[in-house]
Design a protein around this ligand. Structure first.
Ligand code: HEC
Length: 115
């Protein structure tokens, strides 16, 4: 059990470090956790589907790669991805907010919380 925890912490740290190397804005998982209050209403509920603007499955973010999350948020902000709720939310996020949120969601803590 202890060995497993240590190994996954190392893997998570490596992922965060790798994502950080790819992006100019370095994410801070602790800061990101504080920003998830904007996201947990939809992304925090296992198997949740939004009822507006259409019945829609909400993807799970916990354990996702940080680089992938940043890329998805940027795509919503620019309009390359077109989901209306996510476009509205991403429009309010700075590059630093995206990096922090992504760093948090990429951690093991976010994964085991299934958020
Ligand atoms: C109103 C509900 C709602 C809120 C609030 C919300 N999301 Fe989403 N999010 C969704 C839905 C629905 C999708 C799927 C949209 C699509 O398929 O393009 C999504 C997709 C995403 C994706 C792409 C995931 C993937 O695997 O494609 C990311 C990343 C994401 N949201 C991050 C966030 C973050 C970070 C926040 C908080 C700042 C947030 N979302 C707040 C509903 C929401």
């Amino acid at each position: 059990m202890r060995r497993h925890t240590t190994l996954s912490t190392v893997v998570a740290a490596a992922l965060v470090a790798a994502a950080g190397a790819l992006h100019a804005a370095e994410g801070d998982p602790a800061a990101g956790k504080g920003k998830t209050s904007m996201c947990i209403g939809c992304h925090g509920i296992g198997g949740y589907k939004t009822a507006f603007p259409a019945v829609y499955s909400v993807p799970k973010l916990g354990g996702q790669h940080a680089a992938y999350i940043v890329k998805a948020l940027q795509a919503y902000k620019t309009g390359a991805r077109s989901h209306p709720s996510m476009r509205a939310i991403a429009a309010t996020l700075s590059d630093k907010d995206m990096a922090d949120l992504a760093a948090y969601y990429a951690t093991d803590a976010a994964k085991s919380a299934a958020k």
